[in-house]
Ligand binder design. Structure first.
Ligand code: COA
Length: 388
């Protein structure tokens, strides 16, 4: 079936990290950045609709954050929908934006992701970090989010003999990549030895196996593919996308080492794009914990079950390797302001595919895959972008 495709014509990104700015100014800066990045300019009155991905972490504007986006984007009157799918909130907001363009309902759509996390005390943060997982059997029983991924890591080690060095390698690589990303939360090189000796957070995961708690926002502007060249000579087309869900609690899943939602979303994305994995030049995957990057490589179909560790240890996934993974530093080192992550991944795809990623440029990149996960795998999106 041929259909109208959506193309990214602009993208904006704030710094990620412990930031003094509040949510409104983060949102405004990322939207203004996206508008400024449109090569031939875009009058904001041309934006027909907007979608905002945000969890509302720790109680910040729990309801109706959409109105704030309309205010800060200075687009009064347009419909704005807030999307909340945990850490995949803006991945799903992006999906809604793509559908609005593909259906012909809108010609230009704004998609934003936002989270302000660091302005609450640590006890409140601990409580809020668990709200996207199962409450009855996990959170209220004392299981933290790191604990959930710690269980998955233990099961992966048991099933596949996964070496801890492979987890450490993910952290070392992503910290290395973040050094080249001015927007990243961390600009700190670490060694494998430091990662392996860091304080334990949730066995076997240590400090550098975890993403940090970050503030930040990211925005992308989509247009119908046939209109996109009015705005830029280098639109980045969404050639396919997929989304899926799974059980909220780990205990109800058939496997702790495979995320069914990721697998289904990937199959749908490749099927919609009519392409295969060999065409993908780099990946932006949801590495909230280092084990999640290994699971992603396996569930997305770039490694066999248990095979991702070797891929990481061989250097294939490094910048300059055959299949770079998370060139922007990933959630691990770029940071993970929950609702902003999906939009941030799309921002990276936009930059890389336009050969505008500076020191972290993946040479000759034409096709990118982004992968955003909510909870411990309860929801997932996969999006394929191309400048082909
Ligand atoms: N990776 C690397 N360094 C980290 C870090 C991380 N994830 N988290 C904190 N640090 C560093 C800080 O920068 C600080 O360094 P400094 O002393 O040089 O300034 C130091 O560690 C202590 O920071 P602090 O904020 O006190 O750490 P913490 O013990 O409160 O938190 C974690 C550490 C791992 C518990 C926290 O980062 C965390 O909860 N991460 C997971 C977030 C999460 O679950 N998100 C949702 C995922 S789906």
């Amino acid at each position: 079936m041929t259909h109208r495709r959506a193309a990214v014509i602009g993208a904006g990104h704030t710094r990620f990290g412990v930031l003094p700015e509040g949510p409104r100014s983060l949102l405004r800066a990322s939207v203004d950045g996206a508008l400024t990045s449109v090569d031939r300019g875009l009058d904001r009155r041309e934006i027909g609709e907007a979608f905002l991905g945000t969890l509302g972490f720790s109680g910040w504007q729990l309801g109706n954050a959409s109105a704030i986006l309309a205010e800060e984007a200075r687009t009064p009157g347009i419909p704005v929908t807030r999307v909340e799918n945990a850490c995949a909130s803006s991945g799903f907001a992006l999906r809604a934006g793509i559908r609005a363009i593909e259906s012909g309902a809108r010609d230009v759509v704004l998609v934003c992701g936002l989270e302000k996390m660091t302005d609450s005390p640590s006890s409140r943060r601990r409580y809020w970090l668990g709200v996207s997982g199962d409450t009855e059997w996990e959170r209220m029983a004392g299981l933290t989010f790191a604990g959930v991924y710690g269980l998955m890591a233990s099961a992966h080690i048991r099933e596949h003999g996964t070496p801890l060095e492979a987890l450490a390698e993910v952290a070392v690589k992503n910290h290395e990549n973040a050094l080249k990303n001015p927007n990243a939360h961390f600009h700190k090189r670490i060694t494998r030895e430091e990662a392996l000796a860091a304080p334990l957070v949730a066995d076997p995961l240590r400090l550098f196996d975890c993403c940090p708690v970050s503030d930040g926002a990211a925005s992308v502007l989509l247009a119908g593919e046939e209109l996109a060249r009015r705005f830029t000579d280098t639109p980045v087309t969404v050639i396919g996308d997929g989304a899926a869900s799974d059980t909220l609690a780990l205990q109800n899943r058939a496997s702790l080492t495979r995320l069914a939602a990721t697998r289904r979303a990937a199959e749908e994305a490749f099927q919609r794009a009519g392409t295969d994995r060999n065409t993908v030049d780099f990946l932006e995957v949801h590495d909230c914990f280092t084990i999640a990057e290994l699971l992603a490589l396996e569930d997305l179909g770039f490694a066999d079950p248990g095979g991702a560790a070797q891929l990481e240890l061989s250097g294939v996934t490094r910048l300059g390797g055959d299949l770079p993974v998370n060139p922007d530093g990933g959630l691990k080192a770029k940071g993970h302001p929950i609702g902003a992550t999906g939009a941030s991944q799309a921002y990276e795809a936009f930059l890389q595919l336009r050969n505008a990623a500076g020191d972290r440029q993946v040479k000759g990149a034409v096709t990118a895959l982004t992968h955003n996960v909510g909870g411990s795998g309860a929801s997932a999106t996969v999006t394929l972008f191309s400048v082909r």
